[in-house]
Design a protein around this ligand. Structure first.
Ligand code: GDP
Ligand code: MN
Length: 399
């Protein structure tokens, strides 16, 4: 789960990381008012969206007056900000963060990530701040400083001093750099984060080290033990199809194609998507109904897949290990009786009680297309909409 910049800054500040004074606003008037509260004569208005690259896309504006703050905000509110990280549909701007301007002397890149190959938290830093890390690694790979943290002992001060030295931080500011690095690391560990990124971390004209931007991502599977983090979820920043699924305990990833996939297990979901592509189609989603697929769960999955207007065929691919094919078949039949499904439905079942499952599908009288292998299922799904087989095979059951 991602959170907003202002939320990440509040968390990091709680761990001793220096951040600029700032205030949140939900309207242009409020933004101007909050800027007056902050005082000073230079402010930065920042669109709060779950994506980086806002600066280049018009989502970060440096302002020197009330009027400028209001007009910048008017351009932002309600608009979708499209950055290289949002995809073409963009992310809605419903909140802005107003910050007191900071005199920047140097910009540094600082990131903490979960490095799966070393199984450690890895610190990635570069004196080439301001650029995205992808650009830095393409253009200035030698400038990247890396360090991994041994979990048994945690981040050591000597590692922080080494990083500070490699980044060319003045000796007088080493202590501040240690505090910043240790603060980020503790925030990462204590909240089960998977990423903390400060880009840029700046050295100011008055010799302070300040996090000018902040991004944090958390492990969804650990959110249950961090209710205060789970509370920060902002559904306005999520793909509506994915939020609906998350609310129903299903894992769903929306894609751009037109074949809806209902599958059990992430590995099988990936294999199904690959096979659809091999058969010349494009999956509309990745939907994993998990183990123990009750008829209700299958019906929920159908409802979710059918709410995506792009779906022109649904492929159900279940391998019943813990599940049983007859339960899944019952679920499919029940779902088709309850949910309006007016596109071809292709079902491939394998595993426990497969014969019984097939019998239930056959006896249902519903025009379900059955397939015995994954390749056959994928070809039939692709063929079903391509050759307009759909006339005969369309399922129209409305309750
Ligand atoms: P991003 O583009 O989404 O990563 O947004 P950032 O928060 O990193 O802001 C983009 C750029 O705006 C930064 O790299 C800075 O150059 C500039 N910026 C942000 N805050 C300030 C500030 O307080 N003062 C000045 N002068 N520039 C700022
Ligand atoms: Mn940034």
């Amino acid at each position: 789960m991602d959170i907003h910049e202002y939320q990440a800054k509040e968390i990091l500040a709680g761990f001793g990381v220096d951040v600029p004074a700032g205030a949140l606003a939900y309207s242009p008037e409020q933004a101007a008012y909050r800027a007056r509260e902050l005082g000073g004569d230079l402010w930065v208005v920042k669109a709060q969206v779950h994506a980086g690259g806002r600066g280049k896309a018009g989502g970060v504006k440096v302002c020197t007056s009330d009027a400028e703050i209001q007009s910048s905000c008017e351009e932002m509110f309600g608009r979708k900000l499209v950055t290289h990280q949002t995809g073409p549909e963009g992310k809605g701007i419903y909140r802005v963060y107003v910050e007191a301007g900071v005199p920047i002397e140097r910009e540094i890149y600082l990131g903490f990530v979960l490095d799966r190959s070393s199984q450690r938290v890895m610190i990635v830093a570069s004196a080439e701040g301001g650029m995205e890390i992808e650009e830095i690694s393409a253009e200035k790979p030698d400038s990247i400083v890396r360090a991994t943290v041994e979990p048994a002992v945690g981040l050591q001060d000597f590692q922080c001093r080494q990083i500070a030295f490699k980044l060319g931080i003045e000796p007088a500011m080493t202590q501040q750099m240690i505090r910043t690095l240790q603060g980020c690391y503790r925030a990462f560990r204590e909240h089960d984060a998977t990423m903390v990124e400060i880009n840029p971390l700046v050295v100011t004209g008055d010799s302070r080290i300040v996090a000018l931007d902040a991004k944090m991502t958390f492990d969804d599977n650990a959110l249950f033990r961090h209710p205060q983090i789970a509370e920060l979820r902002d559904k306005s920043q999520e793909d509506p199809r994915e939020s609906r699924a998350a609310d129903r305990g299903l894992s769903y990833v929306g894609l751009d194609g037109n074949i809806g996939c209902i599958v059990n297990g992430a590995g099988l979901a990936m294999a199904t998507m690959d096979t659809i592509k091999m058969a010349g189609g494009e999956p509309a989603n990745f939907l994993d109904i998990g183990g123990g697929a009750t008829p209700e769960r299958v019906a929920k999955a159908f409802r979710l897949v059918m709410s995506d207007g792009n779906v022109q065929a649904v492929l159900v691919n279940i391998f019943a290990g813990i599940n049983r094919c007859d339960w899944v078949a019952k679920g499919v039949v029940q779902a088709l009786e309850e949910v309006q499904v007016d596109v071809p439905v292709i079902v491939r079942l394998a595993g426990t009680n497969v014969e019984e499952g097939q019998k239930i599908l056959a006896q249902s009288g519903l025009p379900i297309i059955r397939a015995s292998t994954l390749m056959e299922a994928a070809e039939r799904a692709v063929g079903a909409w391509q050759n307009d087989l759909s006339q005969e095979t369309k399922v129209r059951v409305v309750k």
